[in-house]
Design a protein around this ligand. Sequence first.
Ligand code: CTP
Ligand code: CA
Length: 219
Amino acid sequence: VIAAFQPKLLAGKRVLITAGPTFEPIDPVRGMTNLSSGKMGYALARAAREAGAAVTLVSGPTALDSPYDVQRINVQTAQQMHDVVLSHVGGQDIFIAVAAVADWRIANASAQKLKKSSGDGMPKLQFEHNPDILATVAALPNRPYCVGFAAESENLLQHGAEKRKNKNIPLLVGNIGHQTFGQDDNVLVLFDDNGHIELPRAGKQALARQLIANIAARL
Ligand code: CTP
Ligand code: CA
C-alpha cells in the first residue's frame, strides 16, 4: 500500500519510539550489545508518521536510514536512552518501547583499552542494573499510552502476559527472538487486558501499519 493512501489515524498525535539495541562500553573499543537490528522500531516510526503523527525516534546504534520526516535522536547506552526519553516524554500521546535495552551495564568499564596480555589474567567485569525506561515512563503521573515489546526465546504466551502486568502497561507486543532479529518479516502477538491476538507472519512494514492502526483504535 502506498504511504500517501494510509488513513491519517494519528493526525495531531505525538509518538515517541525507542528502537535498536543499546551498546554498553567495556573499554574504548569494546562493548556489550544485543541482536536487535532496529527494523521493527523504524518501521513503526515510519507507519506512525504516515498515519499523521509527529514522531520522535530515540535510536541505539543501527545501520538503518532515518525514516522520512521523523525526528531521530541517536544514543549509545541504556542510560543515555533513558535520559533522552525522559526529557522528551512530556506532551507525548503514545510511547512505544521497541528498543532491546541492555539490562546491565559494565560498572568498571576501563578508560583505556584492556590489553589481552596484561599479566593479571582475564578482565573481571562487574555489572550493574540499567534503569527500566518503559517502567519509568509507565509510572509517570501524566503517562502517555504505553506499548511494550518483548522478545522471548520460549513460553511467549506466558511471559508476554506476565510482562504486560508487571510493567503495568495496557498493551505488550510479543515475538520470538530468533524469528525476528535481523529478519524482514515476523509474527506478532498482542497482549492486552482481554488476552492475546496474533498478527500473522508478514513483512515488518506491513505489521507496523497494522499495529499502528490497532494502537490508534485503543486511544
Ligand atoms: N525496556 C526498557 N528499559 C529497559 C529494559 C526493557 O524500556 N532497561 C523495555 C523494552 O524496550 C521492551 C520492554 O521493556 O519494550 C520489555 O523488555 P524485555 O527485555 O523483554 O523485558 P525485561 O523487563 O527487561 O525482562 P527480561 O529481559 O528479564 O525478560
Ligand atoms: Ca531485558
